[in-house]
Every structure is written in structure tokens, then in C-alpha cells.
Design a protein. Structure first.
Length: 420
């Protein structure tokens, strides 16, 4: 237990947020009304951005295309109103701030937040479960919205308790401790049910014979490192219920120096196409790292959907061993994308930032590292940098740069990233 933090973390999620907001605005009960939030102009092929709990109880998934909803089920379609959802989200966040300081609040998404209530339990003279119940009741009383809550000793277990178990209880609250890991966390499958593993990462793990969280927890760490680079440590720790990140530390990241790059796309891009854009942006950013002899141990990825959809996501991953390796950083970006991207939604802006920068120095030998491969990769990268610095960034391009969806040739003529 010595290497594990032991906080009282609440992870609160507003149930069927977009659909519930639309119901509250219409004085309807989302548990009794079949309502769908989708872009009507896209016809029956439109993707549902949210559905009411009433429809979920009938077995309809939250995100699907309208034509997959059985025709014998009547439902009302309403167009998304992102400005309204942001306004309601702010109302709920203000409720959280009535209970905790902003330093102990992490806004994870428009409908989900983490609260560290460790230092507040004595003040309120309540247990973490009692305080969670009070917060959920306050949200419902003031906004008409219902929520579920996971409680854990760290962010990870609180989040998974909320995702997996909280919805099963009448009060919407589930609490997990470290001793619950073998009985509650390890049996979970498919792997994509847990926080941090998307469908693509799940397939890669399945190919290694890893099907449950317990399989991942007991998989050889050396092999995991060979396959997943700097992410291997996080995968191993999370499979064992370990997450030592603190909410208070999130609030200091933006004050640190970082290298970032963003671009607004000239057309709608989708999941497969966007990976080329991400790779090309990483080429620019890792070149900056090498030119300034820097490494990073934090990657932040931000995706913005097209205006007719609205929204997007902005999340980051921190890791222990700093790197400037393009392949490892791409894997991290891909993991973030797979984790948060809502399938089939059009993308119009991508932003990537490297944080927690440090000077590249002598690296401590690590049994999990393939030192020979790293040295070859670094030598190749430096050679390419010399060519680009001498003859221009477009003097030597990857074959993928000739694809129609590539934008690197145009961007090389305009910009090379910037400090923040």
C-alpha cells in the first residue's frame, strides 16, 4: 500500500446529459419519455448524440444511427443545442464549487467531473458516501438533472466504480477500495469497458491473449513495454488499480512551458484520416524537441468536431520516463484519440501539446528499454533533421505526405509550432 495514494475521490456523471437537459427544458421526465438528440437535417443516417434513460432501458445504445432504432419504438427527435448544454454544465460545476475548492475539482468533460473530498469530510462531518449523496441531491433539486457517482481511493477506481457499478444502485453511488481490485476490477471484460482502453487498443491486447483486466494485470511487463512503450507502465498500473495522479496537480499544468501545434482542417476528417494529420503534426513537434534538446513527459490532445455537431474533447496523459521518440508519442496520441473520440463524427480542428519539458540528458538504463533500437531511431531522426534544416522542410517527405488528406506540405511553408 505504500506506493498507492489513498484519497477520497468522487467521480460524478450527469446521466444522459444532453437528452436530460432537453427533457428538463420541456418539463418532461427523461425516465418516462422516448427522446433522442440528433441532427434532424442528416435524416435517418444521423448519429444520436444522446438518448433518454427510458430508451436505454429498452436496450438502445446511447450512440447509434437513427435507422438502427426499431421502427415500432416511437420517439421524439430534437436538434442538439451545445450552448444550452454548456450553460447547464456550468450550473452544475457551480454546485460542486459550493462543496469544494476549485483546486480540488477536475472538469473531465461537459457532463463529468472529479472531486477530491479528502480534506472536507471532517469539515462536513460526513462520510464520502454521505457527502456524495448530498451533492447528487443538490444537483437534482437545483437543476432537475440526475447523476451517478463512483467513489475510490484514486481517480481510476472512482471512475471505474462509476462506469461499472453505480448505475446498478437506486442511489446511484458505488464505492471501490484497493481490496476490491481482484474481485471487481480483474474480472471485467471486454477490456474497452474500463477507462483508458478504446476498441482499437482492446484489439491489440486481445491479439496478445489479454481479454480481462486480470490478464493484463498479470501479463509480463517486459513484453508489455516492447509492445506499448511508455504506455506499458500506465496499462500495468491501471490493471492493478493504481493511479497516483492528483486533482490538484492538473490545475498547475497550464502554467508550465509547453510546445504546441494546432491546425484547423480545410474539410471534415474522420478517424482513419485523422491519424495521418496527427502523425504529421508530431513530426513538427518532435523536430522542435530535438532541435532544443528537450523531452516531454506529458501529451495533451484536443479534437474539435465540425460546427454542425459542436463539442469535442481535450485530454492528456502523463508518464514517468520522458521521451522525444515520435513513435512512442504517436501511440500516446492514438490512445487518447481511441479513448475519447465519438465514432463517425466529423473533425475540423486538432491540437497537440507536449508538457513537463526537461532537457534530454544521459538516460538511466532500464531493462524494459530496447536501447539499440532507440539509438538507431535517434540517429535516423537527427539525420532527417539535418536534411530539413539544410534544404527545407519539404526537401524530404514521407510517402504518406503525397496522399490527398495530407496537409504537411502546405503547413511546412507556413508554421512550425510555437511555445506557450
Amino acid at each position: 500500500m505504500d506506493n498507492k495514494i489513498n484519497r477520497h475521490i468522487l467521480c460524478i456523471d450527469l446521466k444522459s446529459f444532453f437528452a436530460s437537459v432537453e427533457c428538463v427544458e420541456r418539463h418532461l421526465d427523461p425516465f418516462k419519455v422516448p427522446l433522442v438528440v440528433a441532427n434532424k437535417a442528416q435524416g435517418r443516417g444521423a448519429i444520436t448524440l444522446a438518448i433518454t434513460p427510458y430508451l436505454k432501458q429498452m436496450g438502445i445504445p446511447s450512440r447509434t444511427r437513427l435507422y438502427t432504432i426499431p421502427q415500432n419504438i416511437p420517439y421524439q427527435i430534437v436538434s442538439p443545442r451545445m450552448a444550452l448544454y454548456v450553460k447547464k454544465s456550468k450550473e452544475v460545476i457551480n454546485i460542486y464549487l459550493d462543496f469544494v475548492s476549485s483546486l480540488d475539482l477536475h472538469i473531465y468533460s461537459i457532463d463529468e467531473c472529479f472531486l477530491d473530498v479528502t480534506d472536507y469530510l471532517n469539515y462536513y462531518k460526513l462520510t464520502d458516501e454521505q457527502l456524495a449523496s448530498k451533492i447528487l441531491k443538490t444537483i437534482e433539486m437545483k437543476t432537475g438533472l440526475t447523476a451517478t457517482c463512483g467513489i475510490g481511493p484514486n481517480l481510476l477506481l472512482a471512475k471505474i466504480a462509476m462506469d461499472i457499478e453505480a448505475k446498478k444502485y437506486k442511489n446511484g453511488i458505488a464505492k471501490w477500495e484497493y481490496y476490491d481490485v481482484p474481485t471487481k476490477l480483474w474480472p471485467i471484460k471486454p477490456l474497452s469497458k474500463i477507462w483508458g482502453i478504446g476498441s482499437r487498443l482492446e484489439k491489440r491486447l486481445n491479439n496478445l491473449g489479454i481479454y480481462t483486466v486480470g490478464d493484463l494485470a498479470h501479463y509480463p511487463k517486459i513484453t508489455l513495454k516492447e509492445k506499448f512503450g511508455v504506455l506499458a507502465e500506465e496499462l500495468h498500473n491501471h490493471a492493478n488499480g493504481i493511479d497516483n495522479s492528483l486533482i490538484s496537480s492538473f490545475n498547475h499544468y497550464k502554467q508550465e512551458k509547453s510546445i504546441s501545434h494546432s491546425q484547423v482542417l480545410f474539410k471534415d476528417y474522420y478517424d482513419e484520416e485523422i491519424f495521418l494529420i496527427i502523425k504529421e503534426m508530431l513530426e513538427i513537434l518532435t523536430r522542435r524537441l530535438r532541435n532544443e534538446n528537450l523531452e516531454c513527459s506529458l501529451v495533451h490532445l484536443s479534437i474539435t468536431y465540425s460546427k454542425n455537431i459542436g463539442g469535442g474533447f481535450s485530454h492528456e496523459i502523463k508518464f514517468t520516463n520522458p521521451t522525444q521518440n515520435e513513435d512512442e508519442l504517436y501511440l500516446i496520441c492514438k490512445t487518447l484519440f481511441d479513448k475519447y473520440y465519438l465514432e463517425h463524427l466529423p473533425i475540423r480542428k486538432v491540437a497537440i501539446a507536449f508538457g513537463k519539458l526537461s532537457k534530454k540528458g544521459g538516460k538511466q538504463l532500464n531493462l524494459f528499454e530496447n536501447i539499440e533500437k532507440q539509438e538507431k531511431d535517434e540517429a535516423l531522426a537527427k539525420t532527417l533533421d539535418e536534411v530539413h534544416n539544410r534544404y527545407g522542410k519539404n526537401s524530404l517527405l514521407k510517402a504518406t505526405s503525397l496522399l490527398a488528406s495530407s496537409t504537411i506540405k502546405e503547413r511546412n511553408q507556413k508554421i512550425g509550432g510555437h511555445h506557450e
